[in-house]
Design a protein around this ligand. Structure first.
Ligand code: ZN
Length: 363
């Protein structure tokens, strides 16, 4: 009887504890600390970077919830200690080979790719954040190494004062932290499929600066947020998944069958319809002012997002009062978001002085 009771209590205790244990996300961001042959890791990087990454993870979660996409954020693998797991890799070459100016990012990416081929169990998704120690030899002016996000890779740097204890501090180290920490949060956004965008007028007054605009300069110091359009893309990003499924397969059946962009005195009207086998669960519209372009001229593009109807039609009205209008020319960029993370983009160009309706008709 005593044994049965003991067993009963053990089982009860098991079921009481197990649900509290957090299951690992089905996909996680790969975090790699990449050190050139003749360089050294910056002291204490494991715990400093872990604290910083967990802060960014929480920020993304808060913004996903605020924008109505639920309690989701990118996965991070944790060690038993609760710290974020960081893969430490030694580069094959010396410091100059991996410099920002010399395309060091692609070179590091190639070696990391080889590492993942040899150790597939270490690769937790297609998305990788690479952090390299600064090579500038000046702790208050870090730099020298790749710092950008492109494709599924993004690059940030480490230096001795890269420490969350300085966050929000109005001091040289506090402002320096915002620059490089905000920079890491912003480049990570690129590595998680995000393009640039800025706040709409009212949104900016209420929420501050969009992280994928110039929020890398305000992160941790002043109000900084993720736009709803950014969150709509993250909602389909592999490392935000709450269950395993296929990501990033090219949908050869997708076709934008029609689209119209028209103008009234106070609105921009965008509507369209498409054909697809894989579901499209969002349509993002960006108004990008001259000089425009998808690489580094799109920071000022205000964004909107709308869900398509079940019959694959979408329509949105954008108030012109929500645009920070600059210059005569602008682009309307329409991005159709596939639930598997792929994005189909259609671009149309206009001039405020001579607005014409844009019509795309495909048979
Ligand atoms: Zn950027």
């Amino acid at each position: 009887m005593k044994y049965i009771l003991k067993l009963f209590f053990t089982v009860c205790l098991y079921f009481a504890i197990v649900p509290l244990a957090k299951a690992e996300a089905p996909y996680s961001l790969n975090v790699v600390y990449f050190i050139p042959q003749d360089d050294e890791a910056v002291e204490g990087f494991e715990s400093r970077l872990s604290d910083l990454l967990l802060y960014i993870q929480k920020f993304y979660r808060k913004e996903m919830i605020r924008n109505g996409f639920g309690n989701k954020t990118f996965g991070l693998v944790k060690e038993g200690s609760g710290k974020v797991k960081i893969i430490v890799l030694r580069g094959e070459e010396k410091i100059p080979y991996y410099s920002y100016a010399d395309g060091g990012g692609y070179k590091a990416e190639r070696e990391i790719g080889i590492y993942f081929t040899k150790h597939p169990e270490e690769k937790k998704s297609n998305h990788t954040l690479v952090i390299m120690p600064s090579t500038s030899n000046d702790d208050m002016r870090p730099g020298g190494v790749p710092f950008y996000g492109i494709g599924k890779y993004c690059f940030a740097l480490d230096y001795p004062y890269f420490d969350i204890k300085y966050l929000g501090e109005n001091s040289p180290k506090g402002r320096l932290l915002t620059k490089w920490f905000g920079g890491m949060a912003h480049e990570l956004g690129h590595g998680l499929n995000l393009p640039h965008n800025s706040a709409q007028v009212t949104e900016g007054e209420k929420l501050g600066t969009a992280l994928m605009g110039s929020g890398n300069h305000t992160f941790g110091l002043k109000p900084t947020f993720l736009t709803k359009a950014s969150c709509a893309i993250l909602n389909n990003c592999e490392v935000f998944a709450t269950r395993k499924k296929r990501y990033y397969d090219k949908d050869t059946n997708f076709k934008l069958e029609g689209m119209e962009i028209a103008f009234t005195d106070d609105k921009v009207l965008v509507k369209g319809h498409f054909k697809t086998v894989l579901p499209i669960n969002g349509v993002n519209i960006y108004i990008d002012h001259s000089p425009y372009g998808q690489v580094n001229n799109d920071y000022d593009a205000e964004s909107w997002t709308v869900k398509p109807r079940k019959d694959n039609h979408f329509a949105i009205e954008i108030p012109r009062s929500e645009l920070h209008k600059r210059g005569n020319c602008f682009q309307v960029r329409v991005r159709l978001l596939c639930a598997n993370g792929m994005i189909h983009t259609q671009v149309a160009e206009f001039n405020w002085e001579d607005l014409k309706t844009y019509q795309l008709v495909k048979s």
